[in-house]
Ligand binder design. Structure first.
Ligand code: NAD
Length: 255
């Protein structure tokens, strides 16, 4: 424990799911967590949970990260309040899913804006703060859908956006080396969170079937992802850079 003591960690989308799990774990590891979310109620609830557990966290909501100006304000305020930042964990996204040939042009752009543009915005505004700090860790949530198609549930716009997140991460890592800024991507498989709950509505639903087929016999949890994120944020991961790490029980490569 305390692997993140003294670090200021910005986490996006801390209202529910993996963002909430990460806020709880990062704070338990000693980080000062700065969250944000679209939803003020869930955002405040996460802060309460973290503080009840003895952790340090503030959060701002509503913040719409698909707005460059709103993102800049959130990041600059956090850096000014805490004297800098050490970690940016780009967790938030609002996917557009469904058959690609039913997607409208507007729907496509909405998906890219809410899954890829927001990662670019947060990295762009956090970068000067990380450079000024002498280094740090950027963790971007991509997806197994970044690297392969999904038949169980069509999600081409989501996959394309997450493919962009993955590729962007590699380029960030290349640019960040001289500044001691590491950039890594997490690629979750199916993780049971509020946004995927509808996939578990019955034993025959796609999520339930995937759980049965998984080499480890279940789908992932938000905590499974948070544990990897906490490692990547820590100095234990000092030589881990430009990695894209699946959290999927091995499902994506084991038939
Ligand atoms: N759940 C899965 O199976 C799965 C699989 C692969 C990748 N992912 C990715 O993991 C990350 C977390 O997923 P989750 O299931 O916990 O998601 P979730 O939908 O349960 O939670 C996302 C949180 O981000 C917030 N958010 C969304 N857009 C925002 C915006 N524009 N500005 C501010 N806040 C915003 C939401 O309000 C919500 O609190 C996402 O990037 C998602 O695409 C999820």
């Amino acid at each position: 424990m305390n692997r993140l003591a003294g670090k200021v960690a910005l986490i996006t989308g801390t209202g529910v799911g993996m963002g909430r799990a990460a806020a709880l774990l990062f704070a338990a590891e000693g980080a000062t967590v700065v969250g944000c979310d679209l939803n003020p109620e869930t955002s405040a609830e996460t802060v309460r949970l973290v503080r009840d557990a003895g952790g340090m966290m503030t959060s701002k909501a509503p913040v719409d990260l698909s707005s460059y100006e709103a993102t800049q304000l959130w990041v600059d305020e956090a850096a000014a309040t805490h004297g800098g930042i050490d970690v940016l964990y780009n967790n938030a996204s609002l996917p557009v899913v469904g058959p690609w040939d039913e997607l409208t042009v507007e729907g496509w752009h909405t998906g890219i804006r809410n899954e890829l543009d927001l990662v670019f915005y947060a990295c762009k505004v956090a970068w000067p703060h990380l450079v000024a700090r002498g280094g740090g860790s950027i963790i971007n949530v991509a997806s197994i859908a970044s690297i392969r198609g999904a038949a169980f549930f069509q999600q081409a716009a989501h996959g394309a956006a997450k493919g962009g997140v993955l590729s962007f991460t590699y380029h960030l890592a290349a640019a960040g080396g001289p500044h001691r800024i590491r950039a890594n991507a997490i690629m979750p498989g199916l993780i049971r969170t509020p946004s995927t709950e509808f996939l578990f509505s019955s034993p025959d639903a796609p999520g339930s079937m995937l759980a049965t087929a998984n080499p480890l016999g279940r789908v992932g949890t938000a905590d499974d992802v948070a544990k990897l994120a906490a490692f990547l944020a820590s100095d234990d991961a000092w030589y881990i850079n430009a990695a894209a790490i699946p959290v999927d029980g091995g499902q994506s490569v084991i038939e």
